[in-house]
Design a protein around this ligand. Structure first.
Ligand code: HEM
Length: 506
């Protein structure tokens, strides 16, 4: 008893040793995987910096099998899933066995609070989603479509005036801010009965904060901190410039949302609810605090995502003039009237194909990483060889295992989509997707892409985003012809949005 400190130290060491031995004994079969050059960063730098993430994962999957192991920071490990059955199982069948990783939860929570729909799981998630579903259903989307057209026409009118004032038959326009503004005003009016008036030149603190965050390129040192935070999420608490921008965004959203519930109440009192927020307030199934959390999540999830995808659609059509002409030809019958919501949904196959192809080529999230909350077994569509040479057709997963699905791989890999995987070819979707190979059809998701993810946590605003993109894109294509400023040489940059793997068109 002379050295109580030493005794405690030995006990801690012994418990630690037992913990690691048990963990080691319980771990699943070792999978094959690429060797890592760095203990500190593992493969994270390669994964984040790859010029074509789809090719990187494709190469690994061909060499090591459709599920393989990579290193995360500080010697941590994660399993990469490229197998369609395993991915479907992860996201759909037993989804509540997996949750966002601690770092993703921390990032989302710092923006929307810990009770946001984006974070919660299980029964509470299903209950809240059921309440929210009607505000994103077709009947509601039909009502929002007039708001979407109104905002689209504001852009048409502003660009028309610029053209007229220039006295020429063409003018250079930076579409990025305009499209952000359309998306922001649409979400304000349709979701909250609130006119942010950004298309009328008003600046909103939320739009400013999101734009500042999107344009902030993390310095190499900050990037290293963000990568290491995957192993030690506490590092996100360091006072890096990015944290200040995230806090600005969260505060700006708080301020806006606090005002929204009040203005929605008075706006809606007229002749029945017109916005998502109004419907929720009327239904009285959620507390006002819960509604505010949802409003914040909707603002975050619905604005930059839709704007980014819409910008990519315009970029692709500007770089592929013949496809732009084909789309304009399909829309030619709408010279004096606008397509109705039903026509947009079912009657314009090329428009639909352009949107699907843009979503496939430019997913907002590059990857989705989940952690197992309990032991599980993942089914595989093809057997893989483990590191010890055994062939397995089911992969045991231990609680705590980190699993990554590369959305770039599932949407864009040559193995899945064929040699033309990286090309913008809306035609592949025509005639009942006859140009989509059988290998791609094995994958779950929105037309076999994971851009909106899959399963119970699939994007709630998918229909809203599709309606907005179709309305605004069809209107702009009917009214204008687009070409990229420097032709085929034009460079486009991806902005860095909240959530380390999120990218939008900047
Ligand atoms: C092209 C546009 C969009 C894309 C690509 C997109 C993509 C996604 C993705 C990938 C997720 C899953 C995130 C995760 O669990 O890690 C998600 C969730 C969500 N999205 Fe979207 N989104 C888009 C537009 C919208 C819009 C317009 C809204 C609302 C108006 C919206 C509302 C939501 C909500 C509320 C969730 C959380 C769903 C849940 O956890 O149950 N999104 N979205």
């Amino acid at each position: 008893m002379a050295y109580p400190g030493l005794q405690t130290f030995v006990c801690v060491l012994a418990f630690g040793g037992v913990y690691y031995v048990v963990k080691w004994l319980r771990r699943g079969p070792r999978l094959q995987g690429p060797p890592s050059k760095s203990f500190v960063f593992g493969h994270t730098k390669e994964m984040m910096g790859a010029p074509s993430p789809a090719d990187l994962y494709d190469g690994w999957a061909q060499k090591y099998g459709s599920v393989f192991q990579v290193k995360g920071p500080m010697g941590s490990e994660r399993i990469v899933l490229c197998d369609p059955k395993a991915i479907a199982h992860l996201f759909a069948l037993d989804s509540w066995k997996y949750s966002h990783t601690p770092i993703a939860k921390m990032q989302l929570s710092s923006l929307t609070g810990p009770k946001s729909l984006l974070i919660i799981l299980g029964e509470e998630h299903s209950r809240q989603r059921k309440i929210l579903n009607p505000v994103f259903a077709s009947a509601a989307l039909k009502t929002y479509s007039s708001i979407m057209y109104d905002s689209g026409y504001k852009v048409v009118s502003a660009w028309g005036s610029q053209l007229q004032a220039s006295g020429a038959d063409e003018v250079i326009i930076d579409i990025s801010e305009w499209i952000n503004n359309v998306s922001f005003d649409v979400i304000g009016l349709a979701a909250f009965s609130h006119d942010f008036k950004s298309l009328d030149g008003e600046k909103s603190a939320v739009a400013n904060a999101l734009t500042a965050l999107g344009h902030s390129r993390p310095s190499p040192n900050v990037m290293k901190i963000l990568l290491l935070a995957q192993a030690y999420p506490i590092l996100l608490k360091l006072p890096i410039p990015r944290s200040a921008l995230v806090a600005d965004l969260s505060n700006a959203m708080d301020e806006v949302v606090a005002g929204l519930t009040e203005s929605a109440k008075s706006f809606e009192s007229g002749d029945g609810p017109k916005s998502a927020l109004g419907v929720l307030l009327n239904a009285k199934e959620l507390t006002e605090a819960q509604i505010r959390v949802h409003a914040k999540s909707t603002l975050l999830a619905g604005f930059a995502t839709t704007a980014g995808t819409l910008k990519w659609a315009l970029v692709e059509l500007s770089m592929h003039i013949e496809k732009q002409d084909r789309l304009r030809a399909e829309l030619a019958s709408f010279s004096t009237t606008d397509p109705s919501y039903d026509e947009l949904t079912n009657g314009l196959p090329y428009l639909d194909s352009v949107i699907r192809e843009t979503l496939r080529l430019h997913p907002v999230l590059g990857e989705s990483t989940r952690v197992a909350l309990e032991d599980d077994v993942l089914p595989l569509s093809k057997p893989v060889r483990t590191a010890s040479g055994a062939l397995i057709d089911r992969l045991p997963i231990r609680k705590g295992t980190v699993l990554t699905t590369s959305i770039h791989y599932t949407n864009l890999s040559k193995t899945v989509w064929g040699e033309d995987a990286a090309e913008f070819k809306p035609e592949r979707w025509l005639n009942n997707s006859e140009g989509v190979p059988a290998s791609a059809k094995e994958y779950p998701g929105f037309h076999h892409t994971l851009t909106f993810l899959e399963g119970p946590k699939m994007c709630l605003g998918k229909g809203f985003a599709l309606a907005e993109m179709k309305i605004v894109l069809s209107l702009l294509i009917r009214m204008f012809m687009f070409s990229a400023r420097d032709g085929k040489e034009t460079k486009f940059e991806k902005a860095f949005f909240p959530g380390s793997a999120s990218q939008g068109c900047g």
